[in-house]
Write a protein that binds this ligand. Sequence first.
Ligand SMILES: Cc1cc2nc3c(=O)[nH]c(=O)nc-3n(C[C@H](O)[C@H](O)[C@H](O)COP(=O)(O)OP(=O)(O)OC[C@H]3O[C@@H](n4cnc5c(N)ncnc54)[C@H](O)[C@@H]3O)c2cc1C
Length: 382
Amino acid sequence: MVLSDEQRSLQGAARRYARERLLPAYRQRELAGKLDRALLREMGNLGLIGVDLPQALGGLGVDGVTAGLIIEELAYGDFNIGSVVVVATLLSAILARNASPELAQRWVPAIVRGDAIVALAITEPRGGSDAANMQLRARREGDAFVINGEKTSVTFSDTADAYLLFARTGRPDEGARGITALLVPADTAGIRSTRFDDVGSCALGRGSVFFDDVRVPASHCVGEAGKGFTQVMQGFDYSRALIALQCVGAAQASLDEAWAYAKEREAFGRPIGQFQGVSFPLAEGDSHIAAVRQLSYHALAMRDAGLPHTAEAAMVKWMGPKTAFDVIHQCLLTFGHYGWSKDLPHQQRLRDVMGLEIGDGTAGVMKLVIARERIGRAAVQY
Ligand SMILES: Cc1cc2nc3c(=O)[nH]c(=O)nc-3n(C[C@H](O)[C@H](O)[C@H](O)COP(=O)(O)OP(=O)(O)OC[C@H]3O[C@@H](n4cnc5c(N)ncnc54)[C@H](O)[C@@H]3O)c2cc1C
């Protein structure tokens, strides 16, 4: 992929920031178990969040490929900071496209400045893969919606400033129809949240959010009432490619560290990199990551050109986290007993990327999406 001067310059700025500012404290942020809001504001000031948004909403107005380049670099330094920027990019794009101008102005520039976090609340206790079958209800009362029910597995459950919530406003048997997206400020009366004890990405926090007679003005509706599901699904093609690049960034960091170690660590009187048993698995990992990277940027370039890219985005969404997991695992082994220590970042990257083998849709669901693109909706049983 040939980059423009502007893309190279933004990529370089993100690369320097990730390696000098993010990488050294990746583990400390995990141990602290909370988001460093001052760091997010610093990133916002540097223009590293939501670059693809229009300038009127605080962005730089660049394309999706450039957003991907920045996310890949940031995730090299800290996978979870990459997640913050992916969610910010996805939700800002949904709000910019579908919310009223007043609502978009209230939230999108704040997200881009690093001042606000908006969480995505889709999954419910009865399941996430069959998302269209959601049950949480919002009923219309005059000029407001009143929300009752539980969302679960929400990233930023207890730190978000607002939730982009998907609620059933139509009949329970209407499936994807009859779902409305609502922007719900987190300080609205009647909201309670919990946090799970997760395997990874503890800096972000994930948990349930309970809504008990929560009242939001009808002006907080994002897009048309009853059309929420179709709107967010369009956004997912974008975030799937960005997630893959986030995983590529983390795997590349482990690869670079493992190659450097293989060059200097000696066994049997020579650098271990001279043994093909060490170098070939790393060469294979480098090749697989390069392939996922190229397909991810291809999907983003198709999106930027207004061309269909649903299958390509689903392909990299399942391959990205899985390939990164396998590659980081191999890198950890390259470090021998040192790799098993939490002082090195490989174990943390391994746990963090694994979360996105599930989050935002599992591999099984991605393969169903690909099959549906190839042989049609009627031919693929969900
Ligand atoms: C790190 C992380 C972050 C997350 N962040 C968010 C968030 O911010 N907001 C949010 O709303 N949700 C979030 N989620 C939830 C996530 O989107 C769901 O976990 C996911 O969609 C799967 O739903 P489920 O866990 O209920 O699994 P289920 O739907 O119960 O599926 C269980 C298993 O069955 C498989 N399966 C189900 N149906 C099929 C089928 N038809 N064919 C083949 N296999 C199938 C699945 O692949 C899975 O392996 C997050 C999850 C994780 C792990």
